[in-house]
Design a protein around this ligand. Structure first.
Ligand SMILES: N[C@@H](CCC(=O)N[C@@H](CS)C(=O)NCC(=O)O)C(=O)O
Length: 256
């Protein structure tokens, strides 16, 4: 009983966090072009400014490698210091252009110029009002995704299908950050009305069809379903849908 109450609380507070941010990072542009190499984002899930960058990445439909730097975490901190000269997140390294950029406004400006060719939406700028809403989103989640938890290191990056505003995916991203597990973030935001809604209750009649030649259609073809979160762990050769199962899997295998 208390388990399901905890679960309802977790999902409810995650819905509230997305609502506080006006569901930025739910929809994605139709472009499917990914740069040749994966940009790297030094990130902390519960950090207000990192959230703006992840919202931009979903909306631009870009995938990145997430390098988690939770408070108190040591696994990637030195690497961040070496590349940026500080331990501040967010920090973006784009091997496609050679750019190394710190601070959400500068990173987002760069991403929209380089990959969006359009203006930055005002809701993604680090104004006082947006920062307060983003901080509140972390507060309602009980500050999960901010601080390190003891963990075992992974040999290979994981892969997570997600989109920023997805309440269920947030629960998994928080844990990956706390456990300092790096991963390829595959963003599959909503691209049409038929994509809207939970995977079991979409806003459309009949068989669900993602837009052709998109990451969503590729996911359906490769994995038989379009639902997030979806985690692939090449270390233990395991892949899972369902946030609850993923959290349990991460705890059992990687929490130290
Ligand atoms: N019970 C699943 C629910 C997952 C779910 O419904 N995810 C939504 C996004 S939050 C989804 O995949 N919607 C379908 C879509 O985006 O096409 C879980 O806990 O992981």
């Amino acid at each position: 009983m208390s388990f399901s109450v905890n679960r309802a609380r977790a999902v409810g507070s995650s819905v509230l966090a997305s609502t506080l941010r006006g569901w930025r990072g739910a929809s994605a542009s139709r472009s499917v072009e990914q740069p040749a190499q994966l940009p790297e984002l030094y990130d902390r899930e519960g950090c207000a400014h990192c959230r703006f960058v992840r919202e931009a990445l979903t909306e631009l439909n870009l995938d990145v490698r997430i390098v988690p730097v939770p408070l108190g975490g040591t696994r990637y901190r030195q690497q961040l210091m070496d590349v940026s000269g500080s331990d501040q997140v967010p920090f973006l390294v784009d091997p496609n252009s050679g750019e190394k950029i710190g601070g959400s406004d500068a990173i987002i400006e760069y991403l929209y110029r380089q990959y969006g060719a359009r203006a930055v939406p005002p809701q993604l700028r680090a104004t006082n009002a947006n920062v307060i809403k983003s901080k509140l989103a972390t507060v309602v989640r009980g500050s999960l995704g901010l601080e390190v938890r003891p963990s075992k290191p992974v040999a290979q990056d994981m892969i997570l299908y997600s989109f920023e505003a997805s309440p269920y995916s947030r629960l998994v991203r928080e844990r990956l950050c706390e456990l300092e597990i790096p991963y390829k973030l595959v963003n599959i935001g909503k691209q049409q009305l038929a994509d809207v809604g939970p995977a079991t209750f979409r806003l459309h009649v009949g068989e669900y069809k993602p837009l052709p030649n998109t990451k969503r259609s590729a996911m359906l073809e490769e994995h038989g379903n379009v639902q997030v979160p979806y985690l692939i762990d090449p270390n233990l050769n395991k892949d899972l849908f369902e946030s609850e199962d993923i959290l349990q899997y991460l705890n059992q295998n990687y929490a130290g």
